[in-house]
Design a protein around this ligand. Structure first.
Ligand code: FE
Length: 434
């Protein structure tokens, strides 16, 4: 079974990454920041977690305002560093853990937390600024895997402090019910007091920061009671991102040991680091009961013939190919595909297996591989194949055989105004593309 080794917290200001990259340890202005992170790095080096679940917020880098979500779990295979304006930091990508992430997704959703899931997006300083300080890394990569959990704290309404705290408890159950023998740390980032916008820009409240660190250990319920407005008043508008710490606190037992705690205020943000350990191990019975609950919704689905539940595992496996097909909703991409699909396959870095499935329009094979059906109907629209033809091919039937099972023999697709006249529509004939 997985072991939850404990909780780590750290601020995630861009200054931390800036100081690390320029090796400013000897500069008196930065020494305290380096020293705040030293014990965290030593702790992680000693405990050697296989995976870190890192609670972060994106700074409108990879999560734009076109779709803003509350809790978004990173399920991808790999995480790259984001370019936040003048090129990405020179850090290696870090491996994800899609298996554990999928388990966490199932487990937490079964407790009525409606998570979002993401992959293929680079991560900004909310992750890599503290991570680069905490974990030694080189060109070969990092000694642990990463599961990022993004909390949408920038556009109101944001998750409440209490909801974050509750999610943490669910996260702990998710980790401790994972059947694989891995060691897992939960790292919370953000805060402490700061405000970076408006006339109140530059606001700090070291007294509140000190009280927060005390309440965090001894009375987290009191913090969970605070509203977003109260948190903003006490710690600055952007400082209210400390609700992310409560996710980690919720994963800890009521009583905890403080292995390390440091605080410094060099410029705009109160920078804190901390390491906490649980007093109690979970009850085995509770873990078993939770496992049964997590599996309840999908139990039996694997026995449905010709049915492929669209799981996170399938989504991660076929992400590159789904992304390639999804791009066909852009007029210029579909024009390029129709002009020379082999070049498009190469540009997208598709594997030979993936290219072959698309090349042969192997509708059934694409589904088996992990492509979601709605990419098939897009490809069909691009190449002038009707949905009905795809349905028939997935069943291993001719169009005529499939149509015989329908009440009305109609043909249609999601093709829009660019499709022109479709042979099978205007003449009532089956499409000729195989
Ligand atoms: Fe932040």
């Amino acid at each position: 079974m997985a072991t939850f080794i404990g909780g780590v917290a750290a601020s995630h200001t861009p200054t931390i990454g800036f100081a690390f990259d320029r090796d400013k340890r000897a500069d008196p202005a930065w020494t305290a920041v380096f020293e705040a992170f030293d014990p965290v790095r030593e702790y992680l080096d000693k405990e050697k977690p296989d995976v870190a679940i890192l609670i972060h917020n994106d700074h409108v880098t990879s999560f734009f305002l076109d779709h803003y979500s509350a809790f978004t779990l990173g399920v991808g295979e790999e995480w790259r560093v984001a370019d936040e304006g003048a090129g990405a930091r020179d850090l290696p990508a870090i491996q994800g853990d899609p298996e554990l992430a999928a388990h966490i997704g199932r487990s937490v959703m079964a407790e009525d937390f409606d998570l979002s899931f993401y992959q293929g997006r680079p991560l900004d300083h909310g992750v890599f600024s503290p991570l680069s300080m905490m974990v030694p890394h080189d060109a070969d990569g990092w000694p642990l895997k990463l599961i990022p959990l993004q909390v949408g704290v920038l556009q109101f309404p944001t998750p409440t402090a209490r909801r974050c705290y509750q999610l943490g408890a669910a996260l702990r159950r998710a980790v401790e019910s994972y059947p694989e023998d891995v060691r897992v740390a939960i790292i919370a980032t953000g805060g402490l007091s700061h405000q970076v916008h408006g006339e109140r820009s530059g606001f700090n409240n070291p007294e509140w920061d000190e009280r927060f660190l005390d309440l965090f250990v001894n009375d987290p319920e009191a913090i969970a009671e605070l509203t977003q407005a109260e948190l903003a008043e006490l710690g600055g508008a952007e400082g209210s991102e400390i609700v992310m710490w409560l996710v980690m606190r919720g994963a800890l037992s009521a009583g905890i040991d403080v292995l390390h705690q440091a605080y410094t205020l060099p410029s705009m943000t109160g920078i804190a680091t901390a390491v906490y350990q649980n007093h109690n191990a979970p009850f085995e019975q509770a873990i078993k009961r939770h496992q049964a609950r997590a599996e309840l919704q999908t139990a039996g689905a694997e026995g449905l013939d010709g049915t492929y539940a669209y799981t996170i595992e399938r989504s991660v496996k076929a992400f590159r190919l789904n992304q390639f097909l999804h791009a066909l909703i852009q007029p210029e991409k579909r024009a390029a595909f129709l002009a020379d699909e082999e070049t498009e396959f190469a540009t997208a870095g598709l594997t030979e297996e993936e290219r072959d499935l698309v090349r042969r329009r192997d509708w059934q094979g694409l589904i088996h591989y992990g492509v979601i059906f709605f990419m098939l109907e897009k490809l069909g629209a691009v190449i002038g194949v009707s949905n009905l033809h795809i349905y028939a091919a997935m069943r291993g039937e001719t169009l005529e055989q499939f149509q015989a099972t329908r009440n009305a023999q109609v043909l249609y697709s999601v093709a829009g105004k660019d499709s022109g006249a479709l042979d099978w529509d205007t003449k009532g004939e089956a499409p000729t593309t195989s």
